[in-house]
Design a protein around this ligand. Structure first.
Ligand SMILES: [Zn+2]
Length: 334
């Protein structure tokens, strides 16, 4: 009901021209919309996690909408510099992708090139050397894909039958498997063998998932290709984690930066908190690492008053309708 009311109100506002007035206002010129994306489905990922995956078709519709609304899509560095100096053009937008899934190269990069829009990829680098799906995501996908109401995996740490009906229930199972794997000191390859075994127990074919490269991070060669095509590659930690210990936290940034530098030859200085999680103590550590800006998953438009290490973004997802997306771009409602 709330959604319907919001949509009706937005529709009325658009028809009265309010979207356009706000989009062209001085108020909006002092604000930067940083859009956040994760994955573009290779198969049915958007049905599994609609907040993290959208279809390539929907992504192209978004780009078409940005063009149709005369949005000024800027590179991240330029957008943030012009935000700080108060010189943003009308309806400024920055496009960011998190993690560096293979689907970004397959679907994202060509679509961005076609529209002539720049984008930043916040890349996590550990999985780069593995042609394997990220295990926590792969496990949840397998549980979802099986359509089973419950399951047990005695060989992988789940002794008793556990429900699989919801995301939270599946996460409990995933966490239990990962805990058992870590108690056995399994490495990335060992954990993937468990994922394969669990797929077999669930009756889900694993090899096609592997072959499709779903949930895999781009290889070093592919990242070089992405960078060569003009995508700005920035920091997202090496292992997609933010340890509470200063030295470990800084090591995550340093390893991530070194890996990106080796491939692209650039020195990344923009950061995105893994899973959007941040703590106050991270800020001085980021400054020590000479990180200039950091984005969160807090919803909002960035302003000149935003802390450069706590910049808000707007997550666009499969559940966001076209009108709502237009309201993001206008700045009326994020
Ligand atoms: Zn991430």
């Amino acid at each position: 009901m709330k959604g319907i009311l919001k949509s009706t109100a937005l529709s009325a506002l658009r028809s009265t021209g309010v979207f356009s007035v706000v989009r062209r206002s001085g108020w909006r010129r002092q604000r930067l919309l940083v859009l956040c994306y994760h994955g573009l489905s290779l198969q049915d990922e958007h049905e599994w996690l609609p907040h993290l995956f959208i279809t390539p078709e929907l992504f192209r519709q978004r780009l078409a909408c940005l063009r149709q609304m005369s949005a000024n899509v800027l590179p991240l560095g330029e957008g943030l510099a012009r935000l700080a100096s108060g010189s943003l053009p009308e309806a400024s937008v920055v496009i960011t992708f998190d993690d560096g899934f293979v689907d970004f190269l397959k679907h994202g990069v060509p679509a961005l090139a076609e529209f002539g829009f720049p984008a930043t990829l916040y890349l996590t680098t550990h999985y780069m050397k593995h042609r394997l799906p990220i295990v926590n995501l792969a496990l949840d996908y397998l549980l979802w894909k099986s359509r089973r109401a419950s399951a047990r995996f005695p060989g992988e740490g789940v002794e008793t039958e556990m429900p699989l009906g919801s995301y939270l229930e599946r996460q409990k199972v995933v966490q239990r498997i990962l805990k058992a794997a870590s108690e056995k000191n399994l490495d990335t390859v060992g954990k993937d063998e468990w994922a394969r075994s669990i797929a077999a127990q669930l009756g889900v074919e694993y090899q096609p998932i592997l072959d499709s490269r779903m949930l895999q991070i781009l290889s070093a060669d592919e990242i070089a290709d992405v960078a060569k095509r003009g995508i700005d590659v920035q920091l997202h930690t090496h292992r997609h984690r933010s340890p509470g210990d200063r030295d470990l936290f800084m090591k995550e940034i340093q390893e991530n930066r070194r890996a990106i530098h080796e491939i692209t030859g650039t020195n990344p200085v923009h950061f995105c908190y893994p899973s959007g999680c941040y703590k106050p103590e991270f800020l001085p550590w980021l400054r020590e690492c000479e990180v200039q800006t950091a984005t969160t998953c807090e919803r909002g438009l960035a302003t000149g008053g935003s802390d450069p290490l706590l910049l808000p973004r707007v997550l666009d997802d499969s559940l966001t309708g076209p009108l709502r997306f237009q309201s993001f771009v206008s700045g009326l409602l994020v």
